[in-house]
Design a protein. Structure first.
Length: 345
């Protein structure tokens, strides 16, 4: 663990912080402790005066359930910051939640994993939120790079390493060598688009209206990108669009798989595009080493099998794909000198 000197000459642990600011979830890692916070990137606000009523898990419980005067907002949309002010407020809240439980005798340094397509305005919002929460220095790292470091890939070597990071709002695919991203593709398709495809399928096929949380539960329980093992069934409750009365329908995993193919195929095409623009020497490394999948979207059943069939390459899913980016940002914190080249300030 890193240390800093106090004026008295005593050594003090440098409890620096790493953050994965994701479309679906925000994770925070404290140096020496590991991941200490994992909450949905959702904020509930009063429409009339902008007063914050809940952040994270508390706010997500309000999605689709709020009265007219309250709105549950997801400030990051499709991997970018859609509401700068709310994003800054959410980041400040999470950082203060973490720092309030610990004695930080010195202001912490913060490394934040951000989408690779982030704009300068969004960078300023992230930086401002971190400084307002008490950060001394703020560094940013592209999420595919952080994910690669998080799974332990040798990003500084000349060997090519390929990562597919499937988040809530984006899928980011990158080929990394010598500490930099050589070729990459970023598409605004992720877990959220799969959820939306399930909502549309139920509306068109069953005249049933369901919310995002229900669609997400269907994706997790019976969703799949390719046939895997035994097919499943599930009862789904929602509102009948014809009668307006609540009803329950029974759906099958085969029909869910059929109707989520559009976003799944967009991910497959993005992987193909990245491979097409990869230099041949690095492409030969990928044939030997395969591709690593990270992010919550990589947990969709059968997606690894489908990508392996489409690319004829070995596909490896990390054991803890949801925490790859924040773990990578944490490793960067542990050795800032070594990884300084991958950071932006």
């Amino acid at each position: 663990m890193g240390v800093r000197w106090l004026n008295s000459g005593r050594l003090l642990p440098a409890n620096d912080i790493a953050v994965d600011l994701g479309t679906a979830n925000t994770l925070i890692y404290v140096k020496g402790e590991g991941v200490v916070l994992n909450e949905p990137s959702v904020v509930a606000v009063q429409k009339s005066n902008g007063k914050v009523l809940g952040v994270g898990i508390e706010a997500k419980g309000m999605l689709g359930r709020t009265p007219g005067g309250i709105e549950a907002v997801r400030p990051l949309k499709d991997g970018v910051i859609a509401d700068v002010d709310i994003s800054e407020l959410m980041l400040r809240h999470f950082l203060r939640t973490v720092t309030a439980k610990r004695v930080f005798r010195l202001k912490p340094r913060v490394v934040i994993g951000v989408p690779s397509g982030i704009t300068e305005l969004e960078r300023r919002a992230v930086r401002a939120g971190a400084h307002a929460a008490g950060a001394k220095e703020v560094y940013m790292v592209a999420e595919p790079m952080a994910a690669a470091i998080g799974v332990g890939l040798p990003v500084e070597t000349p060997t090519g390493n390929m990562v597919i990071d499937i988040g809530g709002g984006t899928t980011e695919i990158a080929v990394i060598a010598l500490g930099g991203i050589v070729s990459d593709t970023s598409i605004r398709v992720g877990g959220d688009e799969v959820d939306q495809a399930i909502v549309t399928f139920l509306r068109k096929n069953y005249n049933l209206l369901v919310g995002e949380p229900t669609a997400e539960a269907i994706k997790i329980q019976i969703g799949s990108a390719a046939p895997v093992g035994e097919e499943r069934e599930m009862d789904v409750k929602g509102r009948d669009l014809v009668s307006g009365i609540p009803k329950t329908v029974r759906i099958h995993s085969e029909e869910v798989r059929e109707h989520i193919q559009e976003p799944i195929q967009q991910i497959v095409e993005a992987v193909r595009r990245t491979l097409e623009i990869t230099p041949p020497e690095l492409a030969s490394d990928i044939v030997d080493r395969g591709i690593v999948m990270t992010g919550g979207g990589s947990l969709i059943r059968g997606l690894d099998r489908l990508l392996a069939e489409e690319t004829n390459l070995p596909i490896h899913v990390d054991e803890e794909p949801l925490t790859c980016v924040v773990r990578g940002a944490g490793r960067i914190l542990d050795d800032l000198r070594r990884y300084r080249g991958v950071l932006s300030t």
